[in-house]
Write a protein that binds this ligand. Structure first.
Ligand code: 4AD
Ligand code: MG
Length: 446
């Protein structure tokens, strides 16, 4: 915004003063002598009121009428430079409104496709480049931005160094079935599924690190929880065992919740998210339950619930996670999964040969897994055998195995799916709205 313009978010500093705002007309109503404009300028939405007699008083009969009629005829999403006096307005949620004194049209807008009536999801997704302007979509992305800001604050203030991991890689640490392959000068390359292996190298160089970048999974499933391109925050900590890593995960999620409550209260209101409930997730300790106990619980309760029967060794489906999260009512760690259903790099359990030291953090209210984390295997021979067993190329992973050759130490880390957390904190139905331009099965445009 030009320095000569006042942002809507800042109008509270100008009560009683005349300001100029660069904005778009999100909606319009009123009749006769009065016009109400819903304005948005990217920082917030608020209402401007134009009153015909004021225009006639100021500009005379002819010019005043012409100006007022121009306002009455404004189309949705016309861009304007609007002048007016800021007033406090206790009736509106925003608390302020603008008493319009003049208006200049900057860009016309004819037949804006997204009207105030209801539209189908496919239509909205096809118009994502415009849908982003809508009040609810705008609020979600502001909360996403706050989560990103708070993430940097959390890790920077705790001595973590951001180490960026590459997007083009030769490895497939999270399984070979969900890979986007591309040609790298005649050699196959994959879009990164995780930055973790590079974060581990970073942790051996800097102690505590985090990566934050886009990650890719060629998920063929169409669910409310899966994107093919999503952003992941992956901390990795040398000399840290998994118990401590879970403490950090819990503190981190609570920090994010607090930051959003403190700094995006208005966006939460737009989304009608229950703030007291979010506060409860901060105040109460997260639940920690072992995989074994979670399976037993699901088996005991299966008669009264309609999820698929589950046996020890199975991975949870989304209905199982939803049941568990509703059962405990707070974010819940499910700890120590069977080795057979987890990634090759996890540390084997010291006394249970069939388990690995890890946890998934399941969000409450059915929002699914928001974090996957583990302690990492440190033994060179064990890890080398795992690379073979998982059918990975030893050549491709030699650099990763090096980390166990030269001063291997206990270390743990985790990956937080940004869009999953945005979906949870905003209380949204579907993950597609948690990222500006979602990539999903059958969706590459816009
Ligand atoms: O559980 P995942 O696959 O774990 C890893 O990739 C580890 N390497 C992380 C680590 O330890 N550094 O993915 C981590 C998180 C999940 O808990 C979930 O929140 C999110 O990433 N996630 C997805 N989000 C959106 N769409 C998808 N297709 C996702 N797959 C995983
Ligand atoms: Mg996972």
């Amino acid at each position: 915004m030009s320095k000569d313009l006042v942002s809507i978010i800042d109008v509270k500093k100008y009560v009683g003063k005349e300001v100029t705002i660069g904005a778009w007309v999100a909606n319009k109503s009123g009749k006769g002598k009065i016009a109400f404009l819903q304005l948005r300028d990217g920082t917030a939405f608020f209402q401007a009121v134009a009153f015909k007699p004021n225009f006639i008083d100021k500009f005379g009969q002819e010019e005043g009428l012409e100006k007022f009629n121009r306002i009455k005829k404004l189309n949705q999403e016309t861009s304007v430079l609007i002048k007016g006096i800021v007033k406090e307005d206790e009736r509106s949620k925003f608390g302020y409104e603008l008493d319009v004194t003049d208006l200049e049209i900057v860009g016309q807008s004819d037949d804006y496709p997204i009207t105030p009536k209801d539209h189908g999801t496919d239509f909205l997704m096809d118009h994502r480049h415009l849908w982003l302007r809508s009040r609810k979509q705008h609020a979600i992305i502001l909360i996403r931005n706050e989560i990103i800001r708070a993430t940097y604050e959390f890790f920077n203030s705790r001595g973590f160094v951001k180490v960026d991991s590459p997007i083009l890689t030769g490895s497939a640490p999270e399984g070979t079935t969900e890979l986007f392959e591309t040609d790298y000068f005649g050699q196959p390359a994959f879009l990164s599924q995780t930055g973790q292996l590079y974060a581990e190298a970073g942790a051996m160089a800097f102690g505590k690190v985090f990566t934050f970048g886009p990650t890719f999974r060629a998920e063929k499933s169409k669910t409310r929880r899966h994107l093919t391109e999503f952003w992941m925050i992956e901390p990795e900590m040398a000399f840290v065992h998994h118990e401590e890593s879970m403490d950090i995960q819990e503190a981190y999620i609570k920090f994010l919740l607090q930051a959003v409550l403190d700094n995006q209260a208005y966006a939460l209101e737009v989304l009608e998210r229950d703030k007291a409930l979010l506060q409860r997730y901060i105040d109460e300790p997260f639940k920690r339950v072992t995989y074994d106990d979670a399976i037993t619980l699901l088996q005991e309760k299966s008669a009264e619930n309609d999820y698929e029967p589950i046996a020890w060794g199975d991975d949870f489906g989304s209905p199982h996670e939803t049941f568990i999260s509703n059962y405990y009512g707070v974010p819940t760690f499910i700890i120590n999964y069977p080795k057979a259903i987890k990634a090759f790099y996890m540390k084997p359990h010291p006394t249970r040969d069939d388990l690995v030291i890890c946890a998934d953090l399941i969000a409450p209210e059915g929002y699914g897994e928001i974090i996957g984390g583990s302690e990492r295997a440190t033994d060179y021979d064990y890890l080398k055998a795992k690379v073979e067993e998982y059918g990975l190329s030893e050549e491709e992973y030699s650099w990763y195995l090096d980390l166990r050759k030269y001063g291997s130490v206990p270390h743990s880390g985790f990956g937080l799916g940004l869009e999953r957390v945005v979906t949870f904190i905003t209380g949204n139905e579907h993950i597609r709205e948690a990222i500006p331009f979602p990539r999903m099965l059958h969706r590459l445009k816009p």
